[in-house]
Ligand binder design. Structure first.
Ligand code: PHE
Length: 346
């Protein structure tokens, strides 16, 4: 029995190895391993053997079975590869030709600037905070001293989140990063230094300088004795960090209900000499809103305005990127065009 098994192994492996097609391989496999195959037939004789020989024969039979299965797998792979190679060859395909060059992605211009500003502010002792894009009306407006009937709400053209039933649950897409001021003040209290970059949303008619989705970065410093000089220092550090010393800026009074006094910082339009569609003919582009945190905002967030004061700013990251890279249309930022984006990959 042992010799016949060995013989079968040799013959079987030879037969499998000689198969010239997948179908003849299959036929040999059935002949050897099938229900009526050679191995099964041979093993029917095991019952007639003396009991002490049976385990040895069983072990050997398993080895033979395994050797056959392995051979079937390797011959089948080789046959399939040969078939593919033959097909490619007859189609005139040269698998040794080099492939088209791979294109690598890169950082988005807004991301490049965000990372730079994070590094800059971290080096000045700030930490990076985050807030949700779907925000409570109470945080986006009320806690920031923007009452229900205030025209500032309209200037923000809010995208409201409505429940299926049609009621307004007091949720909106945040119109600015300022609600992160409220969240961090309530969570961490004073003293505090944070920045909060992120996406904001407005119900906006799109044009070269307005999109429904864009990026801002909030900054907030609350401590004893913080005033306008510290605020101006931070603004200058930010502008110089992104543009060097070349960008011309101006600061003027601006109104935001959550700061007092409030300012707007504009940059001189780099796209024109005498007014264009980007600066709307004014030669200046609004870049940053800022001011000293309104005592009411501090109080509502649990900070005592008799002890602490602070400054806050909100900078348009999309606008910074437009100015630095000479991008004339904010809609390109989120347009997803590869030819646009590939200009910024390093
Ligand atoms: N949140 C304001 C806006 O989006 C900008 C701002 C932030 C102004 C902080 C003052 C202080 O227009």
């Amino acid at each position: 029995m042992k010799d016949r098994l060995e013989e079968l192994r040799t013959e079987g492996l030879q037969a499998l190895g000689a198969a010239s097609s997948l179908s003849s391989l299959k036929a040999s496999e059935v002949q050897l391993l099938g229900k009526k195959g050679a191995l099964t037939t041979l093993l029917k004789g095991v019952g007639a053997l003396p009991p002490e020989e049976r385990p040895l024969i069983g072990q050997l039979a398993n080895q033979v079975k395994k050797a056959f299965a392995e051979k079937v797998a390797s011959v089948s792979t080789a046959l399939k590869e040969a078939q593919i190679a033959a097909e490619l060859d007859s189609a005139g395909f040269d698998s040794t030709l080099p492939s088209a060059p791979l294109t690598l992605g890169g950082a988005h211009p807004v991301q490049v600037i965000t990372r730079e500003l994070e590094d800059l502010f971290l080096s000045m002792g700030f930490r990076v905070a985050d807030g949700p894009e779907v925000e409570l009306e109470a945080n986006n407006f009320d806690a920031l001293n923007i009452p229900a009937d205030h025209p500032a709400r309209e200037s923000h053209d809010t995208i409201w989140v409505q429940e299926a039933a049609g009621e307004t649950p007091g949720l909106c897409m945040r119109t600015h990063t300022s609600p992160v001021q409220i969240r961090t003040l309530r969570e961490a209290g004073a003293p505090l230094r944070v920045i909060a970059p992120g996406r904001v949303f407005r119900q906006e008619t799109q044009d070269a300088t307005h999109d429904h989705t864009f990026h801002q970065m909030e900054g907030l410093v609350v401590d004893r004795g913080v005033g306008v000089p510290q605020m101006l220092h931070a603004m200058n550090a930010m502008i110089e960090g992104v543009f060097g010393k070349h960008l011309k800026t101006r600061i003027r009074p601006g109104y935001f209900p959550f700061v007092e006094p409030g300012f707007e910082l504009d940059a001189q339009c780099p796209f024109c000499e005498a007014g264009c569609s980007v600066c709307k003919g004014s030669r200046w582009i609004e870049l940053i809103g800022c001011g000293l945190v309104h005592p009411k905002v501090l109080k509502k967030s649990g900070v005592d305005p008799d002890i602490y004061s602070g400054f806050a700013f909100g900078v348009g990251l999309s606008r910074l990127a437009m100015l630095r890279y000479g991008i004339r249309d904010v809609r390109w930022m989120l347009g997803g065009s590869i030819s646009f984006l590939s200009q910024f990959s390093e």
